[in-house]
Every structure is written in structure tokens, then in C-alpha cells.
Design a protein around this ligand. Structure first.
Ligand code: DGY
Length: 316
């Protein structure tokens, strides 16, 4: 009798979403309430037929070597897959999958939440009240920036970028965008024009070698002094030290960040600045969305283990 496929899940998923996996093989779920350390990850995947990974797991050659030749799929529970060495999987004939589509609205909503929180100083006001400091309504007290008639520049005009554009339009914003593959006949503009003319710049591109530090000191200098930067994509797209400097010198007005260059560490200077709103990678963090992400990762594993094509494969 052949042994059931060994399925490794690197971080607990909602219990119900694991049921189809339990029917498909023998499932090991990490017992830790934290990401596995690299050595733990290598130990965990030994002899695995399938791995469900999180964006905090680095899936590289060392992990694939540890898993061995029986590995058939790595299902990343995220739309971004910069943590997975997809060419290394492809060389070994291992399928890589992600969870596109299901987190578009949640991430677009969180983008708007950060945009509003930083432009209308919501987090700053919350800190003020909690500090116990005296305050009173005054005609010029804690004034923020209105969005109506302002320009939002979206970098990366995929599903999430477009969902943000729809929401921003409902707030009366004018939207321009810039992508690697510009959409013809729309409001696509060159990157330098987007940076120089936008009141809010919001990042929605994937992290690749081309987009790493796309927002560096030069890009920040190109932005207007009154402009805000929002990042719900991936931390390393922004040079965090350069951003901290630009914010403390008032070279841009503020930032709303959900992701960090060395996540989960956050640049110390950013943590001390009042004009930054910091969220702990909450883009997809709704019950509905995270459940759907887990279900989709599971669907990918079950399909591949039963010899069917993965519903959402990623290619090199
Ligand atoms: C993703 O899916 O890439 C998101 O960052 C998860 O929140």
C-alpha cells in the first residue's frame, strides 16, 4: 500500500479550510504561532508532496533540496510570491501557485483606510486623545488634506490598482497610473510625470528586481512636498531609510504603510514620526478574505495531488 501524500502547512489555517486536505493526505500543520525559522522550515518539509507556504516563508533551493524529489506543489497563501523562487521550482517540475483575485477588495479597502487615516490625521488624533493631552475644537485645529479634486497616482495598474482607482474616484479624486504594461487609451502616464504631479502616490506593483527600491531618494525628491505615499504592496519597493529621511525633513507630507522593507521590523525613525500611519500587513486581513485565500491554496494542492491542473498557477 502506498503512503498517503504528505502535506505540510507552514502556519495554521482556519480549521474548516483544512478538511479537503485531510481527505487528500496526511497533513502536518506548524504548531507555532510565528513563522518557522529557516532550519525548522527545512526540517518540516522533508519528504513532503505538497507545501502550503505563507509570504513569510522563503522557499528557495535549500528548502526544495530538503523536501526532496517527491515535492509536487508549493501553494503560497498570498497573491505576491516574491518569497518563492519560482524558477527553482520550475527547474524541478514543482508547481507554484498563489491566491489571486480573492484579496483585491480587502487590499483596496485597506489602501483607502491608510490614505484617509494619514491625510485626515486619524491615527495622530487617536494618539493625542490617548495621551490625555488637553484639546478643544478650534477652526485651525489638526487640519488635514481633502481628497476632492486631488490626483491619485497608482503605480501598478492590475486588479488591486484598478479597485483602488474606483474607490478614489468615489472620493472625487482624479486618477492617473503607471504600469510595466500600460493599458492603452487610459490615463497611463510616465513614472516621472506621475511622481511629479500626484497628490497621493499609491503602490500596487509586485516586488521584482525592477521594482525593488523603485521609490528611492530620487523618486521621493521628484514628489510634491504636499504629497503622500501609500504602500500596501511590498516593503522593499520603497527605500525605507530614504523615506524616513524625506518624511522627517518634510520633503513629502506623509505616508501610510502596511508593508516594510525588512518585515516584520520597521525602520526605527518611521516609528517616531507623526506623519506616518503604520499598519502590520493587514491588506488582506478580513475573515472572509483570509478564509478564501486559505481555501484557494488548499484547492490548488488538492488539484495537483489528484493529477488535475492547479486553478491558479504562477509561471516563471
Ligand atoms: C498578498 O497576498 O500578497 C498580501 O500581501 C497578503 O496580505
Amino acid at each position: 500500500m502506498t503512503a498517503p501524500p504528505r502535506i505540510v502547512v507552514t502556519r495554521a489555517l482556519p480549521a474548516k479550510t483544512l478538511e479537503p486536505l485531510r481527505a487528500a493526505g496526511s497533513v502536518w500543520v506548524s504548531p507555532h504561532d510565528r513563522p518557522l525559522a529557516p532550519g525548522e522550515l527545512r526540517d518540516a518539509v522533508r519528504g513532503a508532496d505538497a507545501v502550503i507556504s505563507m509570504l513569510s516563508d522563503r522557499i528557495d533551493d535549500s528548502v526544495l533540496d530538503a523536501a526532496g524529489s517527491g515535492l509536487r506543489i508549493v501553494a503560497n497563501t498570498a497573491v505576491g510570491y516574491d518569497n518563492v523562487d519560482v524558477p527553482a521550482l520550475a527547474r524541478r517540475g514543482v508547481v507554484a501557485t498563489n491566491t489571486p483575485g480573492v484579496l483585491v477588495d480587502a487590499t483596496a479597502d485597506l489602501t483607502m483606510a491608510l490614505l484617509l487615516a494619514v491625510t485626515r490625521r486619524v491615527a495622530e488624533g487617536d494618539r493625542l486623545i490617548r495621551s490625555g493631552a488637553a484639546w478643544s475644537w478650534d477652526i485651525s485645529f489638526m487640519l488635514g488634506t481633502g481628497l476632492q479634486g486631488k490626483q491619485l497616482g497608482i503605480i501598478g495598474y492590475g486588479h488591486i490598482g484598478k479597485a483602488v482607482a474606483t474607490r478614489a474616484a468615489a472620493f472625487g479624486m482624479r486618477v492617473v497610473h503607471h504600469s510595466r504594461r500600460p493599458t492603452p487609451g487610459t490615463d497611463a502616464v510616465p513614472l516621472d510625470e506621475l511622481l511629479a504631479t500626484s497628490d497621493v502616490v499609491s503602490l500596487h506593483c509586485p516586488l521584482t528586481t525592477e521594482t525593488r527600491h523603485l521609490i528611492d531618494a530620487g523618486a521621493l525628491r521628484a514628489m510634491k512636498r504636499e504629497a503622500f505615499l501609500i504602500n500596501t504592496a511590498r516593503g522593499p519597493i520603497v527605500d525605507e531609510a530614504a523615506l524616513a529621511e524625506a518624511l522627517s525633513e518634510g520633503r513629502i507630507a506623509g505616508a501610510g504603510l502596511d508593508v516594510y522593507e525588512h518585515e516584520p521590523e520597521v525602520h526605527e525613525r518611521l516609528r517616531t514620526l507623526g506623519n506616518v500611519v503604520l499598519a502590520p500587513h493587514l491588506g488582506s486581513a478580513t475573515v472572509e478574505t483570509r478564509t478564501r485565500m486559505a481555501e484557494l491554496a488548499v484547492e490548488n494542492v488538492v488539484a495537483v495531488l489528484s493529477g488535475r491542473p492547479a486553478p491558479t498557477p504562477v509561471s516563471v
